[in-house]
Design a protein around this ligand. Structure first.
Ligand SMILES: Cc1cc2nc3c(=O)[nH]c(=O)nc-3n(C[C@H](O)[C@H](O)[C@H](O)COP(=O)(O)OP(=O)(O)OC[C@H]3O[C@@H](n4cnc5c(N)ncnc54)[C@H](O)[C@@H]3O)c2cc1C
Length: 340
């Protein structure tokens, strides 16, 4: 059992990260939990190489660079970040007469005085290859998340997909994998144009192969993956080739999942919140893409503002003597500043 914290934040997307920073700035203890292996939410999972133009203070910033800055800002107060854990359950208890929530993940239980749900469009899980026996190959050469490129040293790799992740890995695994074959079911790619151009150069230089209109039909091997049968969607031509590792990079599916069963008021899959970002359960706040209220905009900027509102009210709820208004960071002793 973990220590009770003032605020447990579900989701390490931009909203959750900014909420974590704000909690630290207000002197509240905080933890942050995310289902993914990396912080950043949609920015990391869906468009790390895209430029963002509408975040205050950055005329133009790559999504992955914005996440880096937000994570550094968020974690400066040493709040624990629990990655790779999916929040499922919630228990409502009490601590010295005050409400206490226990947030339950697939690994741990986290007691907390308040909760901030910053779950975006829900927990992402990688989209699987549409093969009946797909689950049996996980860990035996089939990986939908690449954590360490060196794990593919000297291996014959098949990349499946036409988005940023597939193209990024085609570039990153150069000089590491023995060979790289990339297939996509269409001839249009969702990836960043610069990375597509880079991959085309690698293909032209004979450093990898790229096939369009091909799909995986079957995976073969005794114990681990040894061969893969591919099928051309247009010609129906089939080919079985020697492959050690298959990396499907087919995007993510998301769902609100178990949070939808917590008894919160929900409208069209989104959590209804009041003006102070509180849900229908006192002590549970929500912010970012997961919430709805009149005039809601699903943007990084609005998610950050909502997180600040939620955290300030959570701090005041836990300790009514603490002001809701945070004051100005430019005057705060916590940053080594003095009053004007
Ligand atoms: C292609 C694309 C381009 C975009 N471009 C822009 C842009 O230019 N400007 C802009 O302002 N916005 C842009 N957006 C929108 C922006 O990305 C979102 O508004 C923003 O990511 C919302 O942040 P969030 O933290 O609320 O949610 P998310 O980024 O979705 O993060 C939520 C996190 O919560 C985690 N989570 C959810 N449920 C659970 C659970 N049960 N257990 C554990 N973890 C959980 C998820 O894994 C995820 O990491 C773009 C979106 C896309 C898809």
């Amino acid at each position: 059992m973990q220590d009770p914290k003032d605020i447990t934040i579900i989701g390490a997307g931009p909203t959750g990260l900014f909420g974590c920073f704000y909690a630290g700035m207000r002197g509240a203890s905080c933890r942050i939990i995310d289902n993914l292996d990396q912080a950043g939410g949609q920015l990391t999972a869906l468009y790390p190489e895209k430029y963002i133009f509408d975040v205050a203070g950055f005329p133009k910033v790559l999504a992955k660079d914005l996440v880096k800055g937000m994570a550094e800002q968020a974690l400066q107060f040493k709040s624990p970040l629990h990655l790779g854990e999916k929040v499922a359950g919630l228990r409502r208890e009490s601590e010295n007469g005050a409400p206490l929530f226990t947030v339950v993940t697939d690994r741990e239980e986290y007691p907390s005085r308040t909760v901030l749900i910053a779950g975006g469009i829900g927990a992402f899980t990688p989209r699987k290859l549409p093969l009946k026996d797909v689950d049996q190959w996980y860990g035996k050469g089939l990986y939908d998340r690449v954590l360490d490129p060196r794990a593919f040293a000297g291996r014959r790799v098949l990349l499946v997909g036409g988005g940023d992740s597939a193209f990024d890995w085609a570039v990153t695994l150069q000089g590491i994998a023995q060979s790289i074959l990339m297939i996509h079911r269409r001839d249009g790619f969702r990836a960043h144009a610069a990375t597509v151009a880079q991959v085309r150069e690698l293909v032209a230089a004979g450093k990898m192969e790229l096939r369009t209109f091909w799909e995986v039909k079957a995976i073969h091997g005794s114990g681990a993956i040894e061969r893969v049968t591919l099928v051309n969607k247009k010609t129906k031509h089939e080919e079985t080739i020697a492959i050690d590792c298959v990396l499907p990079q087919l995007g993510f599916i998301s769902s609100l999942g178990a949070i939808a069963e917590w008894g919160l008021e929900i409208e069209k899959g989104e959590i209804k919140v009041s003006q102070i970002m509180e849900t229908s359960i006192p002590g549970i706040f929500a912010a970012g893409d997961i919430v709805t209220y009149p005039g809601k905009l699903k943007l990084i900027a609005t998610g950050a503002a909502e997180a600040a509102i939620a955290v300030n009210h959570a701090v005041h709820l836990i300790n009514p003597a603490a002001k809701i208004e945070p004051g100005h960071s430019s005057n705060m002793a916590i940053f080594g500043q003095t009053e004007d």
